[in-house]
Design a protein around this ligand. Structure first.
Ligand code: AMP
Length: 480
């Protein structure tokens, strides 16, 4: 089968669910609003009022999609919602979640954050038995497996289906039986449980949503745990064989909001410590430390604290930049980055500048930023990246480009330095990253997936999947 059948192999998403609150849709809207950073392409909400299901979904940003009318149509005490981020093609309404279907046991709706690695294989098999897919999402495979299952209870069907699926999944289902939350046995993507003051339970990709809706954090859903939330309360089970935890460390580096606690640790403080470790690993004589806003801010603050160099703003970000803008016909140098960022010349002139960003992917942004800082009069530009070099694509739900586009997969740090035209370039070491995460000199990684930095994929691929995912385009090793 064509490997592009799932238009979107790498999906960044945010999921949210409420059970037991009269304003379920409104709170889900707020939850999705707080999770907007996890996906800006499309959004959807499904609600249930004990009798009927209602759905509203659309391409666009949360605040633009959900008008008062639309929210009023979403009746009920239970709701689930999804923010989708798509890269290539596939910007179609049928690919917007929640997925909602009618099947043998009633109505079922589902939202998914993560990425399945054996979805193509399962889809081929299901289609051979006559399944008709409505979308090109890998997530739809789970729904078909559930519909095909002969088990009598929905939870049993979900467990049976997920035991056939491999990859990363944090899921929330909504059905007549209640709301069900699941995290894959490695716990790759986050999922937290909260409780509302006036009753009702919340499931969310990130805890920053709880602050907005006045919910109290209860606990994280455990890797491999299935929770059923209904009028009787929360029932938990752990039906899958235990696996080594493999939480995505990139959630700390870039993806999650700094005000969230992810896998039990606050993201902002980890990012700040990453900056401190970066400074400790290689100090340089300079006059000023500036962040690439907003992603580099906490690390730049940490760098400044540890190095003693003064922190300043340096680059100003326009927060209202949408996805597309009309480029003027006459070429303007570095237009693409200028529309988003601008340097403060008066501040940078004649200075030796340390500029801190959280990660370097293709290197194209850094290259433009270095040139912009120089154009503002800086004497020297030293780039500091508060995570290790990204050498491998993610197949578990973060959008990263192909291996060839990841500059660090085929270039040394010195080659990248030359490409971005910096005076010096350093990255945080793997050990430094884990010293920051664990807040201890014990830097041994015991809980995290570092595939993008290490090429060590914690969920093994079959030979066929390696081919389908184009996993090792450069140097194919033997299948695990
Ligand atoms: P690049 O020009 O490709 O090196 O882009 C680096 C910038 O992209 C950094 O400022 C990062 O904060 C940001 N970044 C890192 N990972 C991602 C991602 N998965 N999606 C969008 N932006 C990202």
């Amino acid at each position: 089968m064509d490997k592009d059948i799932f238009d979107k192999m790498h999906e960044e998403c945010g999921i949210f669910g409420i059970f037991g609150h009269p304003e379920a849709a409104n709170l889900t809207y707020l939850g999705l609003y707080a999770l907007q950073h996890r996906g800006q392409e499309a959004s959807g909400i499904v609600t249930y009022d004990g009798k009927d299901f209602y759905q509203e979904k659309e391409i666009g940003l949360v605040a633009d999609i959900f008008s008062e009318d639309r929210l009023n149509r979403l009746k009920g005490h239970a709701a689930i919602g999804h923010n989708r981020y798509s890269t290539t093609g596939g910007n179609k309404l049928e690919n917007v979640q929640p997925i909602m279907v009618n099947y043998a046991l009633g109505t079922l709706s589902m939202v998914h954050n993560g990425n399945l690695i054996n979805a193509t294989f399962l889809r081929d098999e299901l289609e051979a038995y006559g399944a008709i897919f409505q979308s090109s999402m890998d997530s739809e495979v789970i729904i078909h497996l559930i519909a095909h299952s002969r088990k009598k209870e929905l939870t049993e069907r979900i467990i049976e289906s997920l035991s056939r699926v491999r990859g990363a999944y944090s899921l929330i289902f909504l059905s007549e039986q209640g709301m069900i939350g699941v995290r894959d046995p490695h716990g790759v993507r986050p999922l937290s449980l909260g409780r509302l003051k006036d009753g009702g339970h919340v499931l969310s990709s990130e805890t920053c949503t709880f602050d907005l809706i006045d919910a109290k954090f209860v606990r994280d859903i455990e890797p491999g745990e299935v929770v059923l939330i209904n009028d009787k309360g929360v029932t938990s089970s752990s039906p899958f064989l235990p696996e080594n935890p493999a939480h995505c460390v990139f959630e700390y580096v870039y993806f999650s909001r700094p005000d969230s606690d992810v896998y039990g640790r606050n993201v902002y403080q980890i990012r700040k410590r990453m900056g401190k470790e970066l400074a400790k690993e290689g100090d340089i004589k300079a006059d000023i430390v500036i962040p690439v806003p907003d992603s580099g801010v906490p690390a730049a603050l940490g760098y400044s604290e540890a190095s003693g160099l003064p922190y300043d703003t340096g680059l100003i970000r326009n927060h209202y930049v949408g996805r597309t803008f009309i480029e003027p016909q006459q070429a303007i140098r570095h237009f693409g980055v200028k529309i988003k960022l601008n340097a403060i010349s008066g501040l940078l002139e004649g200075k030796r500048v340390v500029v801190v960003d959280d990660s370097l992917v293709r290197g194209t942004t850094s290259r433009k930023i270095v040139k912009m800082i120089r154009a503002a009069g800086a004497k020297e530009v030293h780039v500091r990246i508060s995570s290790p070099p990204i050498v491998s694509p993610c197949f578990y739900g973060i959008d990263t480009p192909t291996r060839q586009e990841l500059v660090a997969s085929s270039h040394s740090v010195e080659e990248i330095r030359k490409y971005i035209t910096a005076d010096t370039l350093t990255y945080l070491s793997n050990e430094g990253m884990f010293r920051a995460v664990y807040q201890s000199e014990t830097c041994e990684n015991q809980h995290f997936c570092t595939a993008c930095f290490s090429e060590e994929y914690p969920i093994p691929f079959t030979g066929e999947e390696i081919k389908q995912l184009g996993l090792f385009e450069i140097d194919p090793p033997s299948a695990q």
